[in-house]
Design a protein around this ligand. Sequence first.
Ligand code: ADP
Ligand code: ADP
Ligand code: MG
Length: 671
Amino acid sequence: MFKKLLIANRGEIACRIIRTAKRLGIKTVAVYSEADRDALHVDMADEAVLIGPAAAAQSYLDMDKIIAAAKETGAEAIHPGYGFLSENAAFAKALEKAGIVFVGPNPRAIEAMGDKIESKKLAAKAKVSTVPGHLGVIEDAAAAVKIADDIGYPVMIKRSAGGGGKGMRIAYSKKDVAEGFASSQSEAKSSFGDDRVFIEKFIEEPRHIEIQVLGDKHGNVIHLAERECSIQRRNQKVIEEAPSPFLDAKTREAMGAEAVALAKAVDYDTAGTVEFIVDKDRNFYFLEMTTRLQVEHPVTELVTGLDLVEQMLRVADGEKLSIKQKDVKLTGSAIESRIYAEDPVRNFMPSTGRLVRFQPPELGIEDGVTTRLDTGVEEGGEISVYYDPMIAKLITHAPKRAEAIEQMGRALDAFAIDGFRHNIPFLAVLMRNERWRKGDISTKFIEEEFPDGFHPPVPRGRVRDVLAAVAASIDYLSNNRRRMITQQMHGEPVRFSDIRVVELGADHVRVRVAGRDYPMTVTLGRGRDRRAPADRLTSSWWFGEPVWRGTIGGEEVAVQVRSIVNGVHLTYQGVEAPVRVFTDREVELLALMPIKEKPDTSKLLLCPMPGLVMSLAVEEGQEVAAGETLCVVEAMKMENVLKAERDGTVSKILVKPGDSLNVDAVILEFE
Ligand code: ADP
Ligand code: ADP
Ligand code: MG
């Protein structure tokens, strides 16, 4: 085995690779950009080399600098992770020339699979079922319409190069095809410098199910079963799981066999993934092959017990696969949640900032249930605009799918992150979604379940009771602490039983708290007369802790607590609410307080996320119609087109291209 490995990546995947290398006794070299001086992967590695400025093109994508860093440190091998140079055949070839081992597939396999049209031709030759469609470049819109007519509607227009869900259009009619062809072609050109597009049948409500394959340099290829990745937004994965709740043994075996056949056809010699879409009748069709370690590989690791990075390092070193197909056994069920720095309430727009708090849930194995965190950040770190907004992955594994989901829900509740917007509340709500729990999902799931975007749910039922009980107990502790501090009761905590009114948003709940410290008894009353059964609260929470952990009526609960003026802001199961606790008299007086009005922002265009102004499409004095483009702002690899919400006249423009804006900065004003 080689003695020193360079990791040509950053973030969670760099840390993940370093962890396995350390376990195998391999020395590690990190590379980093100027923006990543204090990054976790730099800390974790034995050595680190600065390779350039923040922009990826001048650092993590710069082959020459990375190869120079390997030579300078004497690293014999390079693991590219995912993204960046991982699927770059020229990089694999350059390493071959430099005598450095590429921990990835041979360059021919990358080339063959890097192009959707070519890889589909290859797949068809290897007898792999592909989406019905036209396996060739389409010249113009007229040809596109003719082909779409032949295939039958709906169809999908796709670009051949690139990835990441870009430049794909669904067409239901001739008119859609003509339009979609032009826009898909131009997006393909601008994103990937390659305007070849093709057309295939659009499979309605499909599932995205992919097969993990593993090969060595001796012609052996096996598969490690499937991952289901149907929960997507903008054709990008959010939650993945293994095994799929939808596949039966027969389909799994058939898909596995086709994936292995395809891998063998390109002499595949490392870990890779063959992606399929599967329709309602379990017909499956090849989509593409990703010739690298995938983001969601941990769910496969947890159900197979294998370390995929270790397998990649071993086969890269020339070892034969030590496992045969029949040795692959699936145990239990694993779920992965991708934690993104993005605002679920603002259509998942990326968010940036300093990690003021990063307190993960308890990790490890307890009662046969595993909780794993793959992270690339730590408290005090910075989320910048330069890189991917995915900051960590939380993974759970349990004997049964339902238990893995339960544990994911609990772990998300206990995961405290402050400093920017993130999608944990969204994930926490998803974990309690009935359709998801039943496994009744498709790639349309998020669109269907959240048709007007994500709105944090209002406290109701049991969730409301939990929030009220926790707030009441905290108020009790607080009063008690105050009495002790001021010595009003000679330092003696008093035992008292008192009625309070808990205000949760617009809702009021009457409660009675009894006990000293925890355990306490909290009784929630619905009216003056009716009395609900009392709940016993146990906890060891104390002021300053961001997560209230304890039991309520015997049930384990984790509620996030942030202080606000005269109260606390609580989050539980994705439900967030400011909560204040009053006496009856205080409630009466509160009703007399004047209400402060919010400033009117309806005549302003505000920047929805921190980013860079790319271009302005309007001038002062210009009349615009609803839907017209006003401005383009770039943030975290995404161009965000800001459009007019209604007709109006632009009266004033406050920014210019090149300006760097904070969230809610005023871009322009309307009359
Ligand atoms: P996976 O295919 O492993 O499930 P993604 O499709 O989300 O995961 O891609 C993983 C990461 O790789 C992305 O978050 C992105 O950073 C990067 N990536 C993948 N494809 C591209 C691409 N075509 N252009 C730029 N970055 C990409
Ligand atoms: P990318 O290169 O962007 O990863 P893929 O071909 O892997 O492109 O497709 C990404 C996603 O788009 C899939 O997971 C699926 O949700 C959807 N998709 C792709 N092709 C089709 C199709 N023919 N019918 C329906 N959905 C599709
Ligand atoms: Mg894909």
